[in-house]
Every structure is written in structure tokens, then in C-alpha cells.
Design a protein around this ligand. Structure first.
Ligand code: FES
Length: 157
């Protein structure tokens, strides 16, 4: 993990959240949401704390964290680059674009750079097929891409 996200202060906040939700029905999802906000991820140490606090097996928590895309096991980079690999984008060459980005920033798809700057992800259709192929950097959307555009886009970040 590039940055130490497991600070004492954050665990204190998590304990409070657990205390407030303990015994409530369906407590796990709100606690996980808060944990994701507090730590920027829900790594195993955090899952164990939640497991103890809510008396839910770690395996079950792990299953939820890995199932829902709003949770991540590791913190994401400052810039999350998502390349849509949905059908429309795929047929218009999205694979070449994601490969190109991966080479340029030296980060595997699904991974975060060691300095914590970039996370590269393949995404499903984001509903902008008319602009295929599409890539997003945090909230910014870029469409009708060709491989040669990649460098200029990355320069901005
Ligand atoms: S397939 Fe890429 S936006 Fe729909």
C-alpha cells in the first residue's frame, strides 16, 4: 500500500460509526460506506475491526467488499483513469487505448501506481456509447478517442 491510510485517528472514527450502528438491522452496508469514506478503502485490517464490532464473520464482510464496486481493498490513486471496455467502446478500439495508457503510466489495469497518483481501471458501459471509445479521469469524460490523444490527456494530470 502506497500511503499509510490506517491511522489511529481514522480507527477512532470507525469505532464511533460501529458504535452508532451496532445492533441495528442492516448495519453492515452503512458501516462499510463510512469506512470507505474514512479510509478511502476497506482493507483487511478495517474489515477485521468491523467484524469484531458488529459480530459478523470477516469472510462475509470480504464478500460484500469485493462484490460492490463502491468499495475497494486498496486506496485508489489521486486520478482514477477509467477506460470503458463496453461493447461499443471495445469495437472502436478501447483495448488499444487502455494498453497504451498502461504502458505510458506504467500501471497495470486494475492497479494503482506506487506513488498513489494513478489508478487504471477497465469499466463497463458508462452510457456514453455515442462518444465511443470513452475514457474518464475522475469526473472528466473524454470521447471519440484515438490512441494519439492519450498523451495529451494524461499531460493534464
Ligand atoms: S460501451 Fe462505452 S460508453 Fe457504452
Amino acid at each position: 500500500m502506497a500511503k499509510n491510510i490506517l491511522t489511529e485517528e481514522r480507527f477512532q472514527k470507525l469505532y464511533e460509526v460501529i458504535e452508532n450502528n451496532k445492533g441495528k438491522k442492516g448495519a453492515l452496508m452503512p458501516v462499510l460506506n463510512e469506512a470507505q469514506n474514512i479510509f478511502g478503502a476497506v482493507p483487511l485490517e478495517v474489515q477485521k475491526t468491523i467484524s469484531k464490532g458488529l459480530n459478523i464473520p470477516v469472510a462475509e464482510i470480504y464478500g460484500v467488499v469485493t462484490f460492490y464496486s463502491q468499495f475497494s481493498l486498496e486506496p485508489k490513486g489521486d486520478y482514477v483513469i477509467g477506460v470503458c471496455l463496453g461493447t461499443a467502446c471495445y469495437v472502436k478500439g478501447a483495448q488499444a487505448i487502455i494498453d497504451r495508457i498502461s504502458r505510458d503510466i506504467n500501471v497495470e489495469v486494475g492497479a494503482t501506481s506506487p506513488d498513489g497518483k494513478y489508478t487504471l481501471e477497465a469499466t463497463r458501459c458508462i452510457g456514453a456509447c455515442g462518444l465511443a471509445p470513452v475514457l474518464t479521469v475522475n469526473e472528466d469524460v473524454y470521447g471519440k478517442l484515438v490512441e494519439a490523444d492519450v498523451r495529451d490527456i494524461l499531460k493534464k494530470y
